[in-house]
Design a binder for this molecule. Structure first.
Ligand code: PMP
Length: 358
């Protein structure tokens, strides 16, 4: 039976990349050492790291003004690291509350003793099924934080709010490299790797260097200035996740880059959204104008029927469709490595299920 993995993360990796990892796992580049065993001080590692960084810069069209950091601690660690590094002038941060992950970022920023945290817009009123429309910043902030793709609620900023003069920070954990972000428009972007890149353990930060205070002295592992100075090698880096990410970056370049990934993600998500919009049983929960390309929550509106659907889908090889515990129902996550055939299989299964139930 063919199995399709709809997990929100850790998620599918390109099978060619997994095969390559398998083939060279015991001896990396004829070294007779596994990539898991090589030193982060070796030339082998240095070359791998520099190539991965250069490929990422090319894929995302990162301008020269911005530096790329390969870190650890997940996107969650950035909920603290970003305010520590960027909120030092006005010490004021604005957040747009678009659901669970933005709320987690807000809660962590509020724990920092000397920062003022304002929530300038919220999707609370519509249960986070749509993004807030009136996003205005009344004060000068060190930055405005946006969760660009809301993994749980299935919403995504298709257009950035007009906030002249404000620095934007974006959490792009669930659509990095799957959607063409304009890096130039941001002071900082961050994402963890385990959704659209590779194994968990690697976190990417892209930061405009002139936003940083060179004098500020923060704990080393939380200090972008020190991390940039050591080219992300301040302590032992996660060599294996960086290696796997590097292979995924090469795979992406071969596929045609981010523009091609976005087209494919549109094809897959359109197929599913069309089915949802035409169905008498299933319904997409996110507002049409704000729909995510990568995370698609849906429901029958009946808890028992949703559970039956998830159970029967799993038996048919359509795995990890259970919605996040916070919202229930179903969720199909389809990132870059997820094949069109999987989206088609899900749509066909939904049609069959609907016929049986109605
Ligand atoms: N932000 C978003 C948008 C996410 O989807 C997630 C993970 N699901 C996180 C942050 C947290 O990421 P991590 O588990 O890597 O800390």
């Amino acid at each position: 039976m063919v199995v399709y993995n709809f997990s929100a993360g850790p998620a599918m990796m390109p099978s060619e990349v997994v095969e390559q990892i398998k083939a060279e796992l015991t001896s990396y580049k004829a070294s007779q050492m596994s990539v898991m065993e090589i030193s982060h001080r070796s030339d082998l590692y240095a070359q791998m790291f520099q190539e991965a960084k250069a490929d990422l810069r090319e894929l995302l069209a990162v301008p020269k003004t911005h530096r790329i950091l390969f870190l650890q601690g997940g996107a969650s660690m950035q909920f603290t690291t970003v305010p520590l590094n960027l909120a030092y002038k006005t010490k004021r941060i604005a957040f747009v509350d678009t659901g669970h992950w933005s709320q987690t970022a807000i809660a962590d920023a509020k724990l920092l003793p000397d920062k003022e945290v304002d929530v300038i817009a919220s999707g609370h009123e519509n249960g986070y099924t749509a993004l807030p429309t009136k996003i205005k910043a009344q004060k000068d902030y060190d930055y405005v934080h946006l969760t660009i793709n809301n993994t749980i609620e299935g919403t995504m900023f298709q257009k950035l709010p007009e906030l002249a003069g404000q620095t934007l920070v974006g959490d792009i954990s669930s659509n990095i490299l799957g959607y063409q972000h304009n890096v130039d428009k941001y002071g900082l972007l961050y994402a963890s790797a385990q959704k659209n890149i590779g194994p968990a353990g690697l976190t990417l930060v892209i930061v405009k260097e002139d936003l940083l205070d060179q004098e500020q002295d923060l704990p080393s592992m939380l200090d972008y200035v020190k991390l940039i100075k050591e080219d992300s090698n301040l302590n032992t880096p996660p060599v294996f996740p960086i290696y796997a990410a590097g292979l995924v970056f090469k795979w992406l370049k071969k596929q045609g880059g981010v523009a091609q990934m976005q087209r494919q993600n549109e094809e897959k998500s359109n197929l599913l959204y069309e089915q949802l919009d035409n169905s008498k049983l299933f319904k997409a929960t996110a507002a049409k104008a704000d729909r995510s390309l990568t995370n698609i929550p849906f429901t029958t509106g009946d808890k028992a029927l949703d559970e039956r659907f998830v159970t029967e889908a799993t038996q048919a090889g359509l795995c990890n469709l259970k919605g996040h515990a916070l919202v229930g129902g179903m969720r199909a996550s389809m990132y870059n490595a997820f094949p069109y055939a999987g989206a088609k299989a899900l749509v066909e299964f939904m049609q069959k299920f609907e016929q049986q139930v109605h």
